[in-house]
Design a protein around this ligand. Structure first.
Ligand code: UTP
Length: 297
């Protein structure tokens, strides 16, 4: 029986420059899709996958994230007084069991690999998950849960993978496929942001990982890679060189890149349309907008 995955690292120390000026004072992860911040989607997904300990790698100016998962005594008291039970219930999803959440600071934004490495002392000899909250995945069964189940079968490292157009491969970590097993692929190499035309496949890694503690040891030795950053991809690729198993997992679901403006807007439309309380009015508005745009062309 493989060890259960009960800890997840949430690297949230990036500067979010693509959303300036908003991210000057608001962490990207607090930005909302409909009425919930990105981080709430990530936490809910982790909980459903059986995660019990939540490790945030934060940075200066991310205090709003800590407050978000704290209790809000004044707000809760006033809602209680006003008999607003439904709103109190909504707030419950933001409450964390004491001690279940830890915050570690990444003092310099040296890259995703470095952010994960900052959490090394909170992980012992066990597999752990990494979730990037700006990748939001709409799925019937939450993406991380699918991956945890797959990992129970395979062990090793499992990274979420999806096909991307070849011309976009240079924006992702790309898998070099050893054997295509359907939903799973075994991997013989990984390259971060390959130059266009050099990509070994069009299977890209997106922001969900189940990793072995060896990856943390590899990160200790990893030098700056693509973009001058310490890359998580390079530490996982080292695993393969060291003869350990790495798999890509083609998850079932739709991924939105909420770290980009276009992706965020698309997610807002998709999540807005998925909400029963908003759907009719929103759809009518969208149809009107499309008609107006078409008429103006
Ligand atoms: P991004 O590449 O999206 O960078 O990071 P970013 O800083 O968040 O955003 P832009 O590109 O400036 O707009 C991917 C994930 O890795 C985390 C980010 O918080 C995000 O979840 N990250 C990145 C860190 O925690 N530390 C880093 O040094 C870099």
């Amino acid at each position: 029986m493989k060890r259960k995955v009960t800890k997840a690292i949430f690297p949230v120390a990036g500067m979010g420059t693509r959303f300036l000026p908003a991210t000057k004072s608001v962490p990207k992860e607090i930005m909302t899709l409909v009425d919930r911040p990105l981080i709430q989607y990530a936490i809910d997904e982790a909980r459903e996958a059986g995660i019990k300990e939540f490790i945030f790698v934060t940075s200066r100016g991310k205090g709003a994230l800590e407050d978000y998962f704290d209790i809000a005594p004044t707000l809760e008291a006033s809602l209680r007084k006003a008999g607003k039970r439904e709103l109190l219930e909504i707030l419950k999803s933001t409450n964390m069991e004491s001690g279940a959440i830890a915050y570690i600071r990444q003092h310099k934004a040296l890259g995703l690999g470095h952010a994960v490495w900052c959490a090394r002392r909170l992980i012992s000899n066990e597999p752990f998950a990494v979730i990037l909250p700006d990748d939001v995945i709409a799925a019937e069964k939450p993406c991380l849960q699918q991956m945890v189940e797959a990992h129970q079968e395979t062990g090793g490292c499992v990274v979420a993978a999806m096909e991307v157009p070849h011309e976009k491969a240079s924006s992702y970590g790309i898998l070099d496929i050893k054997e295509d097993l359907g939903a799973m692929v075994s991997v013989k190499g990984m390259v971060e942001k390959p130059k266009t035309g050099t990509e070994p496949s069009n299977l890209a890694v997106i922001g969900r990982y189940i990793l072995t503690p060896h990856v943390l040891r590899n990160l200790t030795k990893i030098k700056q890679g693509a973009g001058g950053e310490i890359q998580l991809t390079d530490a996982i690729a080292k695993e393969i060189e060291q003869g350990r198993d790495v798999y890509g997992y083609r998850f079932r679901g739709q991924r939105f890149d909420c770290g980009s403006k276009a992706g965020f807007l698309q997610a807002t439309v998709a999540f807005g349309l998925a909400r029963e309380d908003l759907r009719d009015e929103f759809l009518q508005y969208l149809n009107e907008m499309v008609s107006l745009q078409q008429a103006a062309q």
